[in-house]
Design a protein around this ligand. Structure first.
Ligand SMILES: Nc1nc2c(c(=O)[nH]1)N[C@H]1C(S)=C(S)[C@@H](COP(=O)(O)OP(=O)(O)OC[C@H]3O[C@@H](n4cnc5c(=O)[nH]c(N)nc54)[C@H](O)[C@@H]3O)O[C@H]1N2
Ligand SMILES: Nc1nc2c(c(=O)[nH]1)N[C@H]1C(S)=C(S)[C@@H](COP(=O)(O)OP(=O)(O)OC[C@H]3O[C@@H](n4cnc5c(=O)[nH]c(N)nc54)[C@H](O)[C@@H]3O)O[C@H]1N2
Ligand SMILES: [Mo]
Length: 763
């Protein structure tokens, strides 16, 4: 299903950006049937008064570029504004069982959903329903289910206004079961940063890129997943700033960039290097690498001080601002080079090269993505990157800081309006006082808890504000049959996806407006807000007429469900809030003035509203009151998984250049040169030869977990690729059946999707 023709592998030798991305963009706009109005609308993307891109969460500059969008943001926008609506008779012509034979791509490609639908068991078809029928049906279903057996998932795209209502509905109903996509993504960040620097988010703003003189980029595929950041990397590179990429895979998009907005670059065929050093560790080898870097700094600092040269560490900063340094240093010194080299997969001299650039830089940015967070040791990875930065005082001053690159366009905002399964992170007491109810105090289910709960039959209802959980969660093989036994599934959604077809015994599809569509309510057209990766909040106004008059906004749908499920409460004015989203923003301001005082006004400031971030001011809201050094307990990646032997490989699951998470736009992974099929496994030439395979041969992958469950994916074609030997790579979500639910970051529960132990079986 994951292909549109023959697999073609062609090396990509162009830069990222440039004509390749413009050509690709033209193809997409045509493919979505919208070549004319699309470019006009795109000029409004990420502009003051315009709408906020629906793709990634990268920061939006105060003075935007003329076209403040990228190839992939444009793809996501074109996808949302496609005039294609799903044909009315698709559901009449096909049973749900028949639709299950369609590929993920074909399902979404079918177009936007235009009316609410209910699954009819007798005919196995989705049939149209009125909104009132839907709300009544869902309300009746939920009232018959214990609140702690219902789960309210949020995918990270919905606005702050919608997300606030979503969590309030769940808590009024009596549950903290509020997992979100962050549980599969940057939860490792949200656990590691509060412990070490006292804030759950990064400390870097866009202008820090103009002042930095060293960039460390761990496990983040910028050209594909946050392409607008290439502007900052390009500018830094032009200033001669070293950009050190740490990634087991060669990502051609991280090597050179042509700015599609620079006529000189486009006409002259010039391009700018991105990576000045490219190091390929083992998947999960970052922890040992980071320990090695810290060890080198300690050694060099000893030597410098002994010789009377300037110190390598920022001792003044450490003494004044940090806690736990002596114990940390002792642990780091205790690690031997043989183990560090073997476990990281990098030589000591490679580590020295990185450490030299870092030690020579006045101000360094530590940027990272899923390559650090989606591991058993995901939290330790982030803690160690923080420690490396703290050693030279690289947090809380210009040009320096820690920069997690978030995923969904509003995933960070959703957590900041209290979509969280951890009630201690929400202003529960303030909510109780304001809305006159006793809020649940019990921990809710996170994404792993949800997966296990469904498999164990401990969950009865899953409601999704966006997302495609049947595909994005781990353990697909056990999850799918269990999902079909759920008494109730509800999808607030834009297009058809797998989770609509693998559904509960009662199932509802509720089609919503997308962020680029005009959201007309009682007080007029509405504005919503979203927060980017740098904790800056921007307004977003829909600009295009909705594809169908029957669509409701996400806030209106949530309010409809809430009114059907919850007893009336005069302090919770669902209708008034939906009529005027400023009134939702006033609730945020009342519940958390430090972040949201005068919210409705301040979002219009030039450059957006930067949410208060004490760590940027070197105020540390940690348990110790200081920035805290934490050393990892062990440096072996996945120490508790099956032993790695000669034939056990580490599988990295990742994104192509033609998808947004589970939404597959097409089958061209342009930079990696893999076309026509996503059913591939990327392998180093040495592993192909060692295991007696040949290129393009079809193989089966099997997880080595030792827990008695067989997990396999068949029919993957072997593609030779430049990645660390012993590591292989395949696409998310096709490889999710290989990911055991128990294989997750120890403290944050982020599924360890970047190092799954697997074996290759010949067909
Ligand atoms: N176009 C587009 N944009 C997106 C998305 C999309 O699907 N499409 N998804 C959005 C979302 S939700 C997210 S979370 C982000 C994801 O953006 P990224 O964080 O870039 O996620 P991935 O593509 O999964 O993998 C990132 C990189 O990690 C590397 N890697 C794998 N294992 C390791 C390791 O052990 N160590 C190191 N150092 N590197 C490793 C991979 O080779 C890959 O280059 O992008 C967001 N933006
Ligand atoms: N193996 C493996 N698994 C992974 C990952 C990995 O790297 N490897 N990455 C993980 C990560 S980082 C993430 S974030 C998750 C993502 O997991 P999910 O949040 O479950 O998935 P998405 O693919 O982002 O959701 C796509 C769906 O959202 C709906 N949608 C799109 N726009 C809107 C909108 O405006 N409103 C509403 N209500 N719905 C909309 C559409 O129906 C679309 O089909 O997957 C995780 N799973
Ligand atoms: Mo994500």
């Amino acid at each position: 299903m994951g292909k549109d023709g023959r697999l073609r592998v062609v090396a990509y030798d162009g830069p990222s950006g440039g004509w390749g991305s413009v050509r690709s963009l033209g193809k997409i706009l045509k493919r979505e049937g919208n070549p004319l109005s699309a470019p006009l609308l795109l000029t409004q993307q990420n502009k003051p008064g315009g709408f906020s891109c629906v793709s990634c969460a990268w920061a939006k500059p105060a003075t935007p570029h003329l076209f403040e969008f990228c190839e992939n943001g444009a793809k996501a926008t074109a996808w949302d504004m496609s005039s294609a609506r799903i044909e009315a008779d698709v559901f009449a012509r096909h049973t749900v069982t028949e639709l299950e034979r369609w590929s993920d791509h074909a399902l979404e490609q079918a177009g936007r959903l235009t009316e609410p639908m209910r699954w009819d068991a007798a005919s196995d078809r989705y049939v149209p329903a009125s909104w009132q029928e839907a709300f009544d049906g869902i309300g009746a279903g939920l009232r018959g289910i214990a609140p702690d057996r219902a789960v309210f998932y949020a995918s990270g795209r919905a606005s702050n206004e919608a997300a606030f209502l979503w969590q309030l509905m769940a808590r009024l109903h009596g549950t903290n079961n509020l997992p979100d996509s962050s549980n599969m993504c940057h939860e490792s960040t949200s656990v590691a940063l509060p412990k070490t620097i006292g804030v759950p988010v990064g400390t870097v703003h866009l202008d820090d890129f103009e002042q930095t003189d060293c960039i460390l980029l761990f496990g983040q595929n910028t050209a594909v997943n946050s392409p607008r950041m290439l502007h900052q990397l390009d500018a830094a590179s032009r200033r001669g700033v070293p950009i050190i990429v740490i990634n087991p895979l060669r990502e051609p998009g991280l090597e050179r960039f042509t700015n599609p907005q620079s006529p000189a670059g486009m006409l002259g065929g010039g391009s700018q290097r991105i990576a000045s050093q490219y190091h390929q560790p083992r998947a999960g080898g970052d922890l040992a690498l980071l320990v090695g870097l810290c060890k080198l700094l300690l050694d060099w600092d000893d030597a410098a001080r002994a010789a009377g040269r300037p110190a390598v560490l920022d001792h003044g900063f450490i003494a004044e601002h940090c806690h736990g340094f002596p114990a940390f240093a002792a642990t780091i010194r205790g690690h031997g080079w043989t183990a560090l080299e073997q476990r990281s997969g990098l030589s000591r001299s490679a580590m020295e090269q990185i450490a030299q650039s870092y030690a020579g830089a006045r101000a360094t940015l530590g940027i990272y993505g899923m390559g650090l967070t989606q591991h058993r040791e995901g939290v330790e990875n982030v803690q160690m990157l923080v420690a490396l930065l703290l050693m030279r005082g690289n947090i809380g001053r210009p040009g320096a800081g820690i920069c997690p690159v978030r995923g969904h366009s509003n995933v960070q905002g959703q957590r900041a309006v209290w979509i969280t399964e951890k009630p201690e992170l929400a202003p529960i007491a303030a909510m109780e006082a304001r809305y006159g109810f006793a809020a649940p105090r019990q921990q809710g289910l996170d994404a792993v808890g949800l997966t296990q709960g469904v498999i164990d039959g401990k969950v009865d209802a899953v409601l999704q504000l966006g997302g495609n959980l049947v595909r994005s969660l781990p353990e697909t093989g056990l999850l799918e049959p269990a999902w079909r036994r759920l008494p109730l599934t509800v999808m607030i959604t834009t297009r058809l996806n797998r989770s609509h077809l693998v559904h509960g015994r009662a199932a509802w599809l509720l089609p919503c407006l997308s962020r680029i569509e005009i959201d007309q309510q009682a007080s007029g057209p509405q504005v919503v807000t979203v927060e980017d990766s740098t904790a800056v909040i921007h307004p977003s106004r829909g600009m295009r007429s909705p594809v169908s008059p029957a669509l409701l906004s996400e806030p209106a749908i949530i309010a409809g469900i809430a009114k059907a499920v919850l007893p009336a409460n005069p302090r919770v004015d669902w209708d008034g809030w939906v009529g005027d989203y400023d009134r939702i923003r006033q609730e945020l301001a009342a519940l958390h003035p430090t972040w949201y005082a005068n919210y409705s006004q301040r979002i219009w400031q030039k450059g957006g509203l930067a949410r208060a971030n004490p760590a940027r001011q070197r105020q540390w809201q940690t348990e110790t009151g200081k920035a805290t050094f934490l050393a990892p307990m062990a440096i072996e990646a996945d120490a508790d998984m099956a032993e790695e032997g000669g034939d056990v490989l580490r599988l990295i699951t990742l994104r192509s250049n033609d998808q947004f998470n589970t939404t597959v736009y097409g089958y061209d992974d342009r930079f990696r040169g893999i076309h026509g099929s996503r059913e591939v496994v990327m392998m180093h030439a040495a592993d192909i030869a060692r295991l007696g395979l040949v290129e393009q041969q079809r193989v089966t992958l099997e997880t080595v977990a030792g827990d008695g469950v067989t997990r396999r994916v068949d029919g993957l074609a072997v593609v030779r690729y430049d990645l660390t030997p012993g590591c292989i790579a395949g696409y998310f979500p096709e490889c999710n059946p290989l990911l055991p639910v128990s294989h997750h970051a120890r403290e944050s529960h982020v599924p360890a999707a970047k190092a799954i132990p697997v074996r290759i079986l010949h067909r």
